[in-house]
Design a protein around this ligand. Sequence first.
Ligand SMILES: [Zn+2]
Length: 442
Amino acid sequence: MTTPAAQLRERVVAAVNARRDEIANTLSQAIQIESVNPKYPGQEYETVVGREGDVSKFMADKYRAAGAEVDLFAVEPGRENAVGVIRGKGDGRSLIYNGHVDVVPPGDPTIWTDGNPFSGRNDGERIWGRGASDMKSGVVAQAFAALALADAKVVLQGDLILEAVVGEEVMDHECGVTATIKRGYTADAAVVSEPSAPPAPLAVIPVSPGLWWFSVTVPGKPTHASMRGNLIRAGGLGDEVGVNAIDKGVDIFLAMRRLEDEWGQSKRHVLFPAGHFTIHPGVVTGGPKGVLVPFIVSEFMTIEYCCWYHPDERPDQVRQEIEEHIHRAAQLDPWLRAHPPVIEWKLNWPSFSVDPKHPICLAIGNAHEEANAGTRFAGRPAVNGFAAVEDCSFLNLGGIPTVSYGPGDLRVAHAYDEHVAIDEVVAATRTFALLAIDWCGV
Ligand SMILES: [Zn+2]
């Protein structure tokens, strides 16, 4: 005999499944709104701004349909965040469902199979387009969880707060997620629906690394390139005549590779694959200043690094370790001793870390297991670290215990032919629906 409580849960799951096609269509429509982050490098702010707000307004309509009071507000014009509050009828725990509406630029459209990065094409199994994985599918799943609760006439005891925010892709959290916190939206827990994979789809994500973006610039001393023999051969005049910054920069490059290898061995975390914490040299520039020809001994070399550091380390500790390492490497060379590399610290995105045994993690696990029995997502979800960084950090800094769980895969995020599996979006929707019942109470 099934209890009324079990019948209610079955009705909610059935309500999600009944909306499968609508979930897919809504995701296609959301992708078709080209909400590239206007502050992403290479974008012209004035021509791009506004589409993020269009997605938020589109989601706000869904929130209203689910019975939420909607608050649309922007720190910068055209960049509205949408917050929908479904008021609890009792004193249950409150819950925030959060996701970002901005996407990264699509790159060369002709490389996309569809020829249109914003097609939102539905092939019956997958939805294609920029933002499919990262992360309009998650935003749509959270909204449809609330719609399914309304379909099944569920009345929650605690508040359920739905958030679609801007600015995530460039850590513009003051315009996005942090603006919602400052406006007073808080809860007993939050779930950000960033893509859980890899390695496992729909995993519970209680931790992310921190991110430092920094550059190292090594100076040289330009002279005619024909002087090279004098600069590098025994008996030559060396730095009296000139110094090739690229040769010195490669020394620093290799020293940093050694530090990265050391991190691969020494910095371990049980929720991350071995060697995850890295110091990625993503951009190298160098040569004579002003004209890029090899006939002049190079005047500078700059390496731009994206460093993914261990979640338990403070950003200033990491910074100090890297600065000391570069300093020691520079001591091995007389030119670099006298002309130390210049390090510029450009951006820090803090890590976050929630106990995997925190009630919100356990509640997601329970909801997922129940909601997805008999599907390819059956069983207890994996618990993994997030490969990259995301808005969970700022919700946690705002005092709200926050973890991630969502459809999609980082391997196709920010890539050509981004896509997401429809059954995965629906599975996440079922989990979000049951989780709200479990967390907020009925
Ligand atoms: Zn994202």
